[in-house]
Design a binder for this molecule. Structure first.
Ligand SMILES: Cc1cc2nc3c(=O)[nH]c(=O)nc-3n(C[C@H](O)[C@H](O)[C@H](O)COP(=O)(O)O)c2cc1C
Length: 190
């Protein structure tokens, strides 16, 4: 599968079969995050890959899966075969940008640790598609209990949890009612 096809196929999927995923595959998907670019090559992104069913259930609970099912959605995070806790470490960026070839003020303008997390997120989403699987992203704002479960230190920011699995037909997100912008790409001028 080429990159264009993976991009076209990718969508957030919120329902999986619950079947396990082989460890070679889960390792490849997690490793994709390390292929994403990082500002100043700071490499401040860390992925915690979780495949044990018990732990997947714990994370689903901590992310409030019940709030999804109460709104009529199917169980989602608990049906995944892999969770990837996407973590970023501002301190690694501060240290890197304190080096002579960098300007620490750059991080005041744009905190690159969030940008790099987005790049890593896209890399793992596409890697899941390449493996014939699907994935969805649950934002960190709704995952407050997850750092304690995974032993994530206080200095590390949990950006969210990527749930990967064998897809099943799911209920369409209401966010998709927003029409696709047709002016997001402009030529030569804004
Ligand atoms: C930064 C970010 C945070 C998101 N957080 C959530 C979330 O917490 N729960 C959820 O169901 N979807 C979440 N989404 C998925 C978006 O709703 C989804 O990407 C968007 O509606 C477009 O749909 P598509 O990715 O299937 O094309 C998030 C996406 C991004 C990029």
């Amino acid at each position: 599968m080429n990159v264009g096809e993976a991009l076209r196929r990718r969508r957030m999927v919120r329902r999986f079969t619950g079947a396990p995923i082989g460890s070679e595959i889960t390792d490849r998907i997690a490793a994709a995050a390390t292929r994403a670019p990082t500002a100043g090559n700071a490499q401040g992104i860390t992925i915690v890959s979780v495949t044990k069913p018990e732990r997947i259930r714990q994370i689903a609970d901590a992310c409030g899966e019940r709030s999804y099912t109460e709104r009529g959605f199917d169980p989602w995070l608990s049906t995944a075969g892999q969770h990837l806790a996407l973590c970023t470490e501002p301190e690694r960026y501060r240290e890197r940008y304190a080096e002579p070839d960098k300007d620490p003020a750059a991080l005041d303008a744009i905190p690159w640790w969030w940008v790099d997390a987005g790049a890593a997120l896209m890399a793992v989403l596409l890697a899941a598609v390449e493996e014939g699987l699907a994935a969805g992203f649950h934002g960190g704002h709704g995952a407050a209990g997850v750092p304690a479960i995974l032993g994530i230190p206080n200095s590390v920011e949990l950006v969210g949890v990527v749930a990967v699995g064998h897809p099943l037909p799911d209920r369409r997100s209401t966010s998709l009612n927003r029409p696709r912008r047709d002016d997001a790409v402009r030529h030569e001028n804004w």
